[in-house]
Design a protein around this ligand. Structure first.
Ligand code: NDP
Length: 389
């Protein structure tokens, strides 16, 4: 019997003469795939077994929605353990994400003997940050702790002391430092594209819903530490100071700005308007609120020759940078996918911990911010008096 494929191949080869043709699974290929040498200059990421190994503590909305998926893009970091008060949830998430080591809050300290954990990421309510950070440091693990760092500056000092005593790195998860749009704004400001910065404005807030569990604890002082300034206003404060790197705050004042008869704010402040002056004379003004709707995230940087507006400025997935002045038209500047900030943050911490150097956003930065927020509260309690720092 005549093989139709063989017949077709012979005819095609004859027709093509010396032209490079090949057959694969009965199909004619115009080009031939063939192996090539290892490309020069390509940086090989560490093998999965060489990456820093992380335990995630507290499997709530932010951990499940952003932190854990972020590890999917990480190149220096991988998750090996979950710590949760809900074992069924932890095992379900473990099955989805290839995590097979589980702890709860009672056996937390036994992580000390677990060689499969290098770094611990604290994603608990703020009132629990200090306790679980110090215990992880004492168990010999490096710790990245969510923002704000703790309930008080005294707790922050205790966390920093524990990191030093145990020779471990301690970072605060200020993810905006790893977000491409904000990094681009910082680069332009540092390069002098705005001229001398004279003024920074920031507004951050949302409408707190006491029936929504992640908002409920934010309204309870013991778990939240403070109010809107702790939870959402800290983005404006920290991001503004990130852009003015090295320019230290010297004075701060603030007034409370929320309805005093609103039952949501029996324990924590619902809003605050603040003003901060730096050593070089830059004025920062900010607002933070649990009464804004919809969600507000806005940063503005005013320089002598140009300005930058970012709205939204510090979100997970959609930050926007518009530049005006500086000799060009009003222009929107793209800078990359904001969602990369989560992997970049944990990889940055992994690299710092491996190298034994401080993280880009170390515990000392979290302490600075807590001291500033405490000074804002002191000012607001005194009717807006200026507090020298
Ligand atoms: P959630 O309420 O959604 O999750 C908190 C988790 O902590 C719970 O699911 C629970 O995990 C654990 N937990 C342990 N004890 C308690 C308790 N007494 N009450 C409530 N939860 C408890 O909060 P979020 O995920 O929104 O916030 C967690 C942390 O992440 C906070 O520090 C917050 O500031 C920070 N955050 C940071 C963001 C950022 O952009 N950087 C954004 C959002 C939050 P389990 O059931 O596993 O035990």
């Amino acid at each position: 019997m005549t093989d139709r494929t063989e017949f077709t191949r012979r005819r095609l080869l004859a027709a093509a003469g010396a032209a490079p043709l090949a057959l694969a699974a009965g199909r004619v290929l115009a080009q031939v795939a063939e192996g090539q040498p290892m490309p020069a200059g390509v940086e090989l990421p560490p093998l999965p077994g060489e990456r820093m190994r992380w335990a995630i503590v507290g499997l709530g909305s932010f951990a499940i929605g952003q932190v854990i998926p972020g590890f999917g893009e990480a190149r220096q970091s991988r998750m090996t353990a979950f710590v949760s008060g809900n074992p069924a949830k932890a095992r379900d998430l473990g099955a989805r994400h290839g995590v097979s080591r589980f702890y709860d809050y009672a056996d937390y300290d036994t992580m000390r003997g677990d060689d499969e954990i290098d770094c611990v990421y604290i994603v608990l309510p703020v009132g629990l940050h200090a306790e679980y950070t110090v215990r992880a440091l004492e168990a010999g693990k490096h710790v990245l702790c969510e923002k704000p760092m703790a309930s008080t500056s005294a707790e922050c000092e205790r966390m920093i002391a524990a990191a030093r005593a145990n020779d471990r790195q301690l970072g605060v998860a200020y993810r905006v430092h790893f977000e491409p749009t904000n990094r681009e704004a910082k680069r332009r400001i540092a390069a002098g594209e705005l001229g001398a910065i004279r003024h920074v404005q920031c507004d951050h807030g949302f409408n707190a819903n006491p029936r929504f569990p992640p908002h409920k604890w934010r309204l309870e002082k013991a778990l939240a530490g403070g109010g809107s300034m702790f939870d959402i206003g800290v983005y404006g404060l920290n991001t503004s100071l990130m852009m003015l790197e090295g320019d230290a705050p010297v004075a701060v004042s603030a007034v409370y700005a929320y309805p005093r008869d609103d039952a949501r704010f029996a324990e924590v402040e619902g809003g605050i308007d603040w003003r901060l002056t730096t050593a070089s004379g830059v004025n920062l003004t900010g607002s933070s609120s649990y009464c804004y709707s919809p969600y507000v995230s806005r940063q503005r940087y005013f320089g002598a020759s140009a300005s930058i507006e970012m709205q939204p400025a510090t979100t997970y997935d959609d930050n926007n940078l518009v530049m005006e002045g500086g000799g060009g038209p009003r222009r929107e500047i793209g800078a990359g996918n904001p969602m990369t900030q989560f992997a970049a943050q944990v990889d940055g911490f992994s690299e710092a911990a491996r190298a034994g150097r401080a993280h880009l956003t170390p515990g000392e930065m979290g302490l600075r911010d807590l001291r500033l927020i405490e000074a804002m509260y002191r000012s607001a309690d005194a009717g807006g008096a200026v507090v020298e720092l």
